[in-house]
Design a protein around this ligand. Structure first.
Ligand code: C5P
Length: 399
């Protein structure tokens, strides 16, 4: 997102206030933001707020009546990497669908050299009206991407379909379009570990953990989407992944995972070790099922190999290595220790204390620390969005 030029078109709906959050998200992620408002949008949100947050003057009229300067819609069209109209009212939708051009926002839409996406926002009956649906279809046919409305409470007091997508969702759409490219990691080789390991006690029992493998799988998908060749070494999970650029390797124990990683790591450009590897395994694996005997039972454990540490110990300067850690406090101190001990470029830290972060769930809340002493903390997000953040960070890190 860094340096990407996002042109935001704000129209006159109550959801316009939500755009302040979107502008902040975009700015926080390094985008350049310029805003155009329709004259009626000014009744819903002050241009002063919009210009302050975006750090740019706001375009409203074709020309400034005080000093006669011209707001050039053609220049806006050339400047932007993406035009986002949010909220999109039924009125502006209808004008966009029909090529009307009676304000700066509409003239800019007609002058756009790149993609336009829109986030409609209106009352449920207006949204459901055949005219609105027909206009949305027309826009889609013209190549405009529609961010689906959400269902819920509406400004009218009614409840139903028509709410503008939340700023986080609009941001994800923007990021998907301008944030990543199919060529980001073209032809690069990545090894990813995921899931738990199962350390056998006997033929039917094991020591394991609740890791679902979701984070590692989402990272694998994101690398594949950006052109990489991926080797995914995974412990037992319910997930599966198929892709012509993917080698899918299923293992059970840490020893097996180490063996598979050792076969491949030297040949890779990047390593992302997201597996929750058991630190210890039973010293003896019984060949027969252990029988119930005394009231107490002691199982002797021995330490498992640290796979990530091994990869760090043989890493070259051309290879980049990312580890994961569950840290709850002193992120910088504990993260730095682990970065150094395992010779990593980056460590992704998450905390089981945060609601919605960690094992088994679809969301995660991470901080990334790198070996150049940069720390960046992210909001709670879907694991898909977290995977994007990790790859974006890696891309910027590599430079
Ligand atoms: O030292 P700690 O277990 O906290 O480190 C976690 C990181 O190390 C994760 O990236 C995990 O995948 C990796 N790891 C490993 N082999 C182990 C233990 C952890 O690769 N035996």
């Amino acid at each position: 997102m860094r340096g990407k030029r996002i042109l935001l078109g704000i129209t006159g709906g109550i959801a316009a206030y939500k755009i302040t959050f979107l502008i902040r998200l975009l700015k926080k992620n390094g985008a350049d933001v310029k805003c155009i408002m329709t004259p009626s949008a000014v009744d819903f949100i002050s241009p002063l707020v919009v210009s302050t947050l975006s750090n740019n003057p706001v375009g409203i009229e074709f020309w400034n009546k005080q000093n006669g300067t011209w707001n050039n819609h053609v220049e806006y069209g050339l400047w932007a990497d993406l035009f986002v109209v949010a909220p999109l009212t039924a009125n502006t939708l209808s004008k966009m669908a029909n090529g009307s051009c009676d304000n700066l926002l509409l003239a800019t839409y007609l002058s756009m050299k790149t993609k336009t996406i829109v986030a409609p926002a209106m009352d449920l009956d207006m949204y459901a009206h055949p005219t609105t649906q027909r206009n949305l279809e027309l826009l889609t046919k013209d190549g405009v991407q529609i961010i689906p409305v959400e269902s819920g409470e509406l400004a009218s007091g009614l409840s139903g379909e028509g709410r503008m997508a939340e700023p986080d969702t609009v941001f994800e759409y923007i990021e998907n379009i301008v944030g990543a490219s199919k060529n980001d990691f073209l032809g690069k080789k990545v090894i990813i570990t995921a899931g738990p390991t199962y350390e056998a006690l006997d033929p039917v029992r094991f020591i394991g953990n609740h890791s679902s493998g979701k984070m590692g799988f989402r990272i694998a998908e994101e690398f594949l989407a950006r052109g990489a060749k991926v080797m995914l070494v995974t412990g037992p999970t319910h997930l599966s992944l198929e892709n012509e650029d993917l080698e899918f390797i299923q293992i059970k124990s840490a020893d097996e995972m180490l063996h598979e990683v050792q076969q491949r790591w030297t040949d890779c450009d990047y390593g992302v070790f997201a597996a929750a590897v058991a630190d210890y395994r039973p010293k003896n694996k019984e060949t027969e099922k252990i029988k119930k005997k005394a009231d107490d039972m002691i199982i002797e454990l021995v330490k498992n190999p640290d796979i990530l540490k091994w990869a760090g110990s043989v890493k070259t300067d051309q290879q980049y290595l990312i580890g994961f850690a569950l840290e709850t406090q002193d992120l910088i101190k504990n993260g730095t220790k682990k970065l150094e001990a395992k010779n990593l470029n980056m460590i992704v830290m998450n905390s089981l204390k945060d609601i919605g972060a960690g094992f088994g769930v679809d969301t995660n809340k991470i901080s990334i620390l790198d070996n150049r002493n940069n720390l960046e903390s992210f909001e709670l997000k879907s694991k898909e969005a977290v995977a994007k953040d990790i790859l974006n960070y890696l891309k910027t890190y590599i430079g």
